[in-house]
Ligand binder design. Structure first.
Ligand SMILES: [Zn+2]
Length: 340
């Protein structure tokens, strides 16, 4: 780990004009939290692309210069209970999920599944903490938005974004959090858990005809037709972000940067290119930066016919996040006062 530059402590006393210059000469790395070494054993031929997480970490190490890797911490039962029922946490922990519950999740229960799920939620929590200190940070997994309070679905065991949003509210006195979910599938679990919580805004931009077929109600849902391409998607996203910021001013954004809107995805049904998805990421970060809002990124889904396409989408997201670290080498932007 790099230590903070000596002059960081002086920033609070400097006028903004000088702040720019100081930040420019004070390199800071993007913090990336990983859990891919907690291997979840799957039966041969299982359709979940588990190896993508290792490929993302290795790819980021090679392609993103200003990055530092940290092992994901483990989430305790007490923290999981911020978003989940104690009975469900107990069932996952002790291996007493019914066969039907395991089928809904899509993974057979193993002790490793529990450990990995706790670590993945922990990585989103750690990314939120780091983002609040330096503007951007990433979980190299996570985005498990189909997990409900009392059950899991669609390869999702615990809802990392809902857990992390509530923990940051308790721990860091953040009043308002926005979850910007750009995975191609609707964030049904997130919408359900946070349905009656006015302090967390849920935005989901997703494929109208895609899973989940019974959708929940987010604070803002944008349903896109099959075959939506870059231009229509980016227009819809710009409109959605305008509406989000007109209705709600978050102090933290948790961004689900799913790779599955890509044209090469097996499940996505949309037609975004790699460039279109990079433009998507830049739009989210730019809009956040203009308002001084930190962004914690999670990877969410990606099921490319060619797994390298999925990895490439995620690596672009990580590289763009690295440009948005406050005080990073590659940006001269200032953070707004009171952002955190
Ligand atoms: Zn998805």
């Amino acid at each position: 780990m790099r230590s903070l530059p000596k002059r960081t402590a002086e920033r609070a006393h400097m006028p903004h004009a000088k702040l720019d210059a100081l930040i420019f000469i004070s390199p800071r790395s993007l913090k990336a939290f990983y859990s891919d070494h907690f291997v979840l054993p799957l039966p041969a031929g299982h359709r979940f692309p588990m190896q993508k997480y290792r490929l993302i970490r290795e790819g980021a190490q090679a392609a993103v210069p200003d990055i530092e890797f940290h092992e994901a911490p483990r989430t305790t039962d007490g923290v999981l209970a911020l978003a989940h029922h104690p009975h469900y946490i107990q069932s996952v922990s002790t291996g007493t999920l019914s066969p039907a519950e395991q089928r809904a999740i899509g993974f057979p229960w193993t002790p490793e599944m529990t450990e990995r799920s706790r670590r993945s939620a922990g990585a989103t929590i750690a990314a939120c903490r780091a983002a609040m200190e330096q503007g951007a940070a990433v979980n190299l997994a996570g985005g498990t938005h189909h997990a409900y309070a009392d059950h899991g679905e669609g390869f999702c065991v615990f809802n990392d974004a809902a857990i992390a949003a509530r923990l940051m509210q308790a721990e860091r006195h953040v009043k308002r959090v926005a979850i910007v979910d750009l995975d191609v599938h609707q964030g049904n679990g997130t919408a359900s858990i946070l349905a009656n919580d006015d302090s967390v805004f849920t935005l989901s931009l997703h494929g109208e005809r895609n899973y989940p077929f019974n959708k929940e109600t987010s604070d803002l849902d944008v349903a896109l037709p099959d075959g939506t391409g870059d231009a229509a998607y980016l227009t819809a996203l710009a409109d959605a972000l305008t509406e989000l910021f007109s209705r709600f001013m978050p102090q933290l954004i948790i961004y689900l940067a799913g790779a599955d809107p890509h044209e090469g995805d097996r499940l996505g049904r949309l037609k975004l290119t790699l460039d279109g998805l990079a433009a998507r990421d830049r739009m989210v970060f730019e809009q956040a930066r203009q308002r001084g809002i930190p962004v914690a990124v999670t990877m969410a889904g990606g099921y490319g016919k060619n797994i390298q396409d999925t990895v490439a989408v995620h690596l672009h997201t990580i590289a763009i996040a690295a440009h948005h670290v406050w005080g990073g080498q590659t940006t001269t932007s200032t953070r707004a006062d009171g952002a955190a």
